[in-house]
Design a protein around this ligand. Structure first.
Ligand SMILES: C[S@@+](CC[C@H](N)C(=O)[O-])C[C@H]1O[C@@H](n2cnc3c(N)ncnc32)[C@H](O)[C@@H]1O
Length: 215
């Protein structure tokens, strides 16, 4: 469904996210991917980094983590990617443990976004990088109309045919509309303590990658 809904673009967006995280190829690098699901982002980080890059996937859903752990084994990445059941709002990690934190298409589902951001800040080392890939608002009026039609009519219909149920995809579309605008979300990241906060829009604003540093 991710491929179908995004016309395959989610792969490119995740590649850009990981390029920005820039895992070290020569030094130890501790990466945390929150709401990491079945490991899509984590595997990219492990491959982009060197042998001393370690990735922890944290997700609230044990079934997703189980699938992720199997995928890691198949890819021979299970020695560098570990899966932990955890809530983004209360991470079971000590302070200043990670060099980078990513969250892709996850923060929108967290009820208390401020809590998740303050946990991200807490677990990052000084100099650590926070990166978030999330759906955003389309910034062209014509594209906005087309995106509305696509979102409210086509996506739930595709969900019904491919996944057997349109309702979760209606929820998905509605949750995207409720999520703060990129400017507002950037303010929330800064309010959590991050410095040099900025974002880039991709796909005409369909998604944005937000970045902030713990300095
Ligand atoms: C749309 S999936 C994204 C998965 C993956 N990041 C990707 O881009 O392929 C959203 C994920 O967020 C997880 N999630 C939702 N609420 C969460 C929370 N409070 N803490 C941690 N994970 C959460 C879900 O279990 C799910 O795996």
């Amino acid at each position: 469904m991710n491929d179908l809904m995004s016309l395959g673009l989610h792969r490119i967006w995740k590649d850009i996210l990981v390029a920005k995280a820039h895992p070290s190829i020569s030094r130890p690098f501790a990466h945390l991917d929150v709401a990491g699901g079945t490991g899509d982002v984590a595997f990219r980080v492990a491959r982009a980094g060197g042998p001393q890059t370690r990735v922890t996937v944290a997700d609230i859903n044990a079934d997703m983590l189980r699938v992720g752990a199997e995928r890691a084994k198949k890819r021979r990445l299970d020695d560098r990617v570990t899966f932990v059941e955890a809530n983004a709002e209360a991470l079971p990690f000590s302070d200043r443990q990670f060099d980078a934190y990513t969250i892709a298409f996850g923060i929108r589902n967290v009820p208390r976004i401020e809590k998740a951001l303050s946990e991200a800040y807490r677990v990052l080392k000084r100099g650590g990088h926070f990166l978030c890939l999330e759906f955003s608002r389309v910034d062209l009026l014509v594209l906005d109309y087309a995106y509305d039609v696509y979102s409210f009519a086509a996506i739930p219909a595709m969900g019904k045919v491919v996944a057997g149920d349109g309702a979760p995809y209606r929820y998905l579309v509605e949750s995207i509309r409720k999520f703060p605008s990129a400017d507002l979300f950037a303010d929330m990241i800064a309010a959590a303590g991050f410095a040099r906060v900025d974002f880039i829009r991709l796909g005409g604003g369909v998604v944005a990658i937000h970045s902030g540093w713990k300095l």
